[in-house]
Design a protein around this ligand. Structure first.
Ligand SMILES: *[C@@H]1O[C@H](CO)[C@@H](O)[C@H](O)[C@H]1NC(C)=O
Ligand SMILES: *[C@@H]1O[C@H](CO)[C@@H](O)[C@H](O)[C@H]1NC(C)=O
Ligand SMILES: *[C@@H]1O[C@H](CO)[C@@H](O)[C@H](O)[C@H]1NC(C)=O
Length: 534
């Protein structure tokens, strides 16, 4: 009888706590009071709910997402200045307190503009109170930058900074009396750049930052895009390559460089050592593409130029080369397929020159990227003195796919080395707070020919990802921050239809993965990290 009553009481208490969670969520509009933040919506949603976003009907942002956790969904409009505002959401899971009391900020992509709903549902599923925001404007477009410097400032840094402040206040308010224990950030591409912005400019805000394929040195990245346009020209130009011809170049790079890491598996562990010789593809007398899958000398010339760095006026290095073995099906339509890259075009047109008629095809000169004023808004995100980060004990885990077709991975190698020299720290000292993992066989953020799945931003939607969250890059960072166990390698998996077909532990730079000489190359145990150049 006694046991029955206590069971009943327990049940009532649990039910009461649960009702409180739902009620607390419903009334956030009246209870959460933060300067310049207006609650637009707060509702309790269960796992498996299909959330739809009618406000994204006219832009490129996600139209729906299926949730994975029981949680409170909070949507806010935060006014950043009299002419700018940020839409943000918090996914506040029921099991937050028992899951480590962690805060997770997510990043944006491209010229976005879009909340990272995929990363947010995964974050909430893993128990993080997870925030997403629109970076100050709706959609993957730079058009809203035109004559609106405050919208540009939100895009470059402020939306992230403010959404972090408002988000933390909301989380601490909602789970009243508990308090955030650790704060994290994760993002890829533009999201990777945002993570590095936080590391460089407001490191005290996060304990751990996971930055993938960061679009840092952004001004130089614009130069690579422009160079690609002028090098290859529109389809039909004698300098242009079709996508099929790029696939041939891809195979050529593999043929010439695959053996450098000790095994022929179509995956390059160290593309920095690869110096492809496109002349191998030159047509002989009487040959052409149709007859022999060979290239004309003007095309070979284009390929050779593409794999060289961009230098500005006076020989100044603007940006490293595109790494060989780009993922062409990604890069081709956006960068070297013969239309000016939208990223560069929009930034120059709407932000830098405030001229809707500015056209990369006719108006770009090297002065655009060489000018000292080129980084008026701070988009470059390339500060190499990370002493504030070091002082705040913030850990940064950066990784970059070695077949990234949009942002050259050599950019990330260069940044790590530039920081090392600027701070006078050898890699083992730098690695106390900043680690870089080149990830072979990973394209831009997600998918690839190698062990591309590491459990980072934009990757969790792959089938089987959640079951493998334990040794994900995200949770490796948590372990580093909370247990002091720094990651030596990033666990990589090639996942096809939910099944793991190969594994490789990606080494932290400057170590490199080397095949041991025997054993199945699809097994991580057949490889080891060299201590070369440490
Ligand atoms: C979610 O709802 C949208 C809009 O009604 C629909 O297009 C989409 O297919 C739904 N998704 C799922 C997984 O049910
Ligand atoms: C957000 O607030 C700004 C004013 O700061 C307003 O112009 C905008 O329309 C609001 N957006 C929404 C979706 O309420
Ligand atoms: C922590 O970072 C802030 C900037 O966010 C900086 O002002 C401060 O000096 C840093 N603290 C240390 C101990 O380096």
């Amino acid at each position: 009888m006694k046991a029955y009553y206590s069971l009943l009481l327990l049940f009532a208490a649990a039910r009461g706590a649960f009702a409180t969670f739902q009620d607390d969520c419903a009334v956030l509009a009246t209870t959460f009071d933060y300067q310049d933040a207006e609650v637009l919506l707060s509702t309790y949603v269960t796992a498996g709910t299909n959330l739809t976003f009618p406000e994204s009907a006219s832009n490129t942002c996600p139209k729906f997402i299926v949730t994975l956790a029981d949680m409170c969904r909070l949507r806010l409009n935060h006014t950043t200045t009299s002419t700018s505002s940020v839409i943000m959401e918090a996914f506040l899971p029921v099991n937050w307190a028992s899951s480590g009391k962690r805060f997770l900020m997510t990043g944006n992509g491209g010229l976005g503009g879009c909340l990272a709903y995929n990363d947010m549902v995964m974050g909430a599923k893993l128990g993080f109170a997870t925030i997403g925001h629109d970076n100050g404007h709706a959609g993957d477009t730079g058009a809203p930058f035109l004559n609106r410097p405050e919208v540009i400032a939100d895009f470059v840094w402020r939306a992230l900074y403010q959404a972090g402040k408002v988000g933390k206040a909301a989380v601490n308010h909602f789970y009243s009396g508990i308090g955030i224990r650790k704060s994290y950030y994760m993002g890829c591409s533009t999201g990777g750049r945002q993570g590095m912005k936080a590391a460089q400019e407001f490191p005290g805000e996060y304990d751990g930052i996971l930055s993938a394929a960061p679009a840092i040195g952004s001004i130089g990245l614009g130069a690579i895009d422009a160079k690609a346009y002028f090098t290859f020209g529109p389809p039909g130009s004698p300098t242009h390559l079709t996508l099929q011809q790029w696939n041939r170049v891809h195979q050529m790079v593999i043929d010439q460089c695959d053996g450098i890491d000790g095994v022929l598996d179509g995956v390059l562990e160290d593309p920095m050592k690869c110096q492809p010789r496109p002349e191998a593809l030159l047509c002989g007398p009487g040959q052409n593409w149709a007859s022999h899958q060979c290239l004309a000398s003007q095309q070979v010339n284009s390929v050779r130029q593409f794999y060289e760095p961009v230098y500005g006026n006076g020989g100044k290095l603007i940006t490293p080369r595109m790494q060989p073995l780009t993922r062409e099906f990604l890069g081709y339509p956006l960068i070297y397929g013969g239309i000016p890259s939208r990223f560069a075009q929009h930034w120059y047109r709407y932000a830098l020159y405030s001229d809707p008629n500015w056209d990369l095809a006719t108006d770009f000169t090297l002065d655009v990227v060489d000018d000292d004023l080129r980084d008026v808004y701070g988009l470059d995100t390339y500060k190499t003195d990370l002493s504030d980060q070091q002082g705040n004990n913030t850990k940064v885990l950066m990784y970059h796919g070695l077949t990234d077709g949009l942002i050259s991975s050599e950019n990330s190698y260069k940044y790590y080395d530039d920081v090392s020299r600027a701070m006078g720290l050898k890699s083992d000292e730098l690695d106390e707070f900043f680690r870089f993992f080149p990830v072979s066989g990973l394209d831009h953020c997600s998918t690839g020919d190698g062990a591309w799945y590491v459990g980072g931003p934009l990757q969790f939607t792959t089938p089987g990802a959640l079951e493998r969250a334990g040794d994900s890059a995200l949770m490796s960072m948590v372990k580093w921050v909370e247990d002091g166990i720094a990651p030596e390698t990033l666990k990589g998996r090639k996942i096809v239809n939910g099944a793991v077909v190969s594994e490789r532990n990606h080494c932290r730079y400057p170590r490199k993965n080397k095949y041991k000489g025997s054993g199945d190359p699809n097994l991580a145990s057949s490889w080891e990290c060299s201590s070369e150049q440490v």
